[in-house]
Design a protein around this ligand. Structure first.
Ligand code: PLZ
Length: 448
């Protein structure tokens, strides 16, 4: 029977299987313990406690098997417990677990950096260093840009998300829940509009041009280009609601940075590693960032993040100016090498495109039948629908629809500045029949 496997990974039965209500009794017991031991500030999207996961499913302590449209927030792109990752990490954990790369180095760290220098956009000379989280990568990219330019201002965009540390929370746009009560914030951070086609006052066709002009005007007027160290942007805004900037916006901003000696930083923490149907989302419009931040999908769930950028920028920092105890931990580096091999050998960039080709037409058809679906967008396996009160653009809460999906065994996530976006981030290895079944569940959930 389907519970015969003893391990997670792609060998798990690729089926939705509900044997209790969601969450089941054992999950509910564990949730009571969670509530007593963990502060409520650590929220939980779907309180089923996981025992195994792999391919396109997550299995819980009650024996339910849920369809995974979340990938742990775009992390398990290669699938949970992917074989090449498991094999490398298992060998590494038995050999050595930590020396600190800054104390006594090891080859896998260098190999990951070489790979990132080779695979990220642009054929210029690059350097990479490794840290532990997306936020830490963004913080370090800003440190490097400030050091290399001798300037202080950092420009970010409306709807942007960059992390929860003091600087990256400051860089993040949305107050609730990320910033409320956590001030004062870091200085020298300035926010400009994002080319958000669905909500641009001048309409989607004028959005790229008008938003870029407005952003550039604000930078010149309020900061002065000569004071700007970096412009930081997600090529598709993730937590902000999977907003693809109108085409032409990113190249215009990148060009402005180039002309003014400003470091253009792409935060590809959520979009990177094959997620969007390119290895990196910047490739879609041929944008070459000066620095690119990666994390999440890089190591299949082991904590790892990277800062990759022009050699002359990264080499500007003095010896000892960058680092951290765990950055580029050997287990995480082996996992990253396993991830990169899997993406390349299993052609997961193509697979991400295929997922988009399956999902987008069905979601567009759904939009025709459901006036609550205001917009369908995204690329590859980074897809979302924005919900509205029918006949308006007023936000309709996504949490309600998400709860209905959860009850039926489909793990979906919400997003959006207005909390009205349902986002879909399936593992790239999810089989087509689970994609189809997940979309059918969504369809029923939207019908109420
Ligand atoms: N940059 C673009 O998406 C993390 C946040 C989950 P860390 N996104 C998920 C939550 O509510 O905390 C993210 C991102 C982009 C930076 C980050 C930060 O990455 O690894 O969570 O620090």
């Amino acid at each position: 029977m389907s519970t015969a496997t003893t391990h997670g990974g792609p060998g798990l039965p690729q089926e939705r299987r509900l044997v209790t209500e969601i969450p089941g009794p054992r999950s509910r017991e564990l949730f009571v313990r969670k509530q007593a031991a963990v502060p409520p500030g650590i929220g939980v999207t779907l309180p089923v406690f996981v025992t195994q996961a792999g391919g396109g499913v997550v299995v819980d302590v009650d024996g339910n098997s849920l369809i995974d449209f979340g990938s742990g927030i775009a992390v398990t792109n290669v699938g949970n417990a992917a074989p090449r990752v498991v094999e490398r990490v298992r060998k590494q954990v038995a050999d050595f677990t930590h020396t600190c790369f800054m104390v006594a180095p090891y080859e896998s760290y260098v190999a990951v950096c070489e790979k990132l220098n080779e695979l990220t956009p642009g054929d210029h000379d690059k350097r990479t260093f490794l840290v532990n989280s997306g936020a830490e990568a963004v913080e370090n990219a800003v440190k490097v840009a400030r050091h290399a330019t001798g300037r202080q201002a950092v420009v970010v965009f409306d709807h942007g998300y960059h992390g929860r540390t003091l600087l990256t929370m400051t860089l993040t746009a949305k107050n609730m829940p990320y910033k409320q009560g956590f001030g004062p914030f870091a200085p020298e951070v300035y926010r400009v509009p994002l080319a958000y086609p669905f909500r641009w006052p001048g309409g989607p066709d004028n959005c790229a041009e008008e938003a870029a002009a407005e952003a550039i005007d604000l930078i010149g007027k309020q900061i002065g280009a000569e004071n700007v160290a970096a412009v930081l942007i997600e090529p598709i805004a993730g937590e902000g609601g999977f907003i693809e900037p109108a085409r032409g916006f990113l190249p215009k901003i990148a060009e402005y940075c180039r002309a003014n000696g400003i470091v253009f930083i792409a935060d590809e923490v959520q979009t990177g590693f094959a997620r969007t149907g390119d290895l990196f989302a910047c490739e879609d419009e041929g944008v070459v960032p000066d620095i690119i931040c990666t994390a999440k999908g890089i190591a299949g769930g082991l904590p790892l993040a990277a800062v990759t950028g022009r050699a002359e920028l990264l080499d500007a920092v003095h010896v000892g100016g960058l680092g951290g105890t765990y950055g580029g931990n050997p287990l995480a580096c082996e996992a990253a090498l396993g991830v990169i091999e899997t993406i390349e050998q299993d052609k997961l960039v193509d697979r991400a495109r295929h997922i988009g080709e399956v999902m987008l037409p069905r979601l567009h058809a759904l939009k025709e039948r459901n006036p609550i679906v205001g917009d369908v967008r995204g690329r590859g396996a980074m897809i979302a629908i924005e919900l509205v009160v029918p006949g308006t653009k007023d936000p309709y809460p996504a949490a309600e629809i998400a709860r209905r999906c959860h009850a039926e065994g489909l793990l979906v996530l919400t997003a959006g500045t207005y909390g009205n976006v349902l986002r879909f981030l399936p593992p790239l290895v999810i089989p087509d029949h689970l994609l189809d079944e997940g979309l059918s569940i969504l369809e029923r959930a939207l019908q109420g």
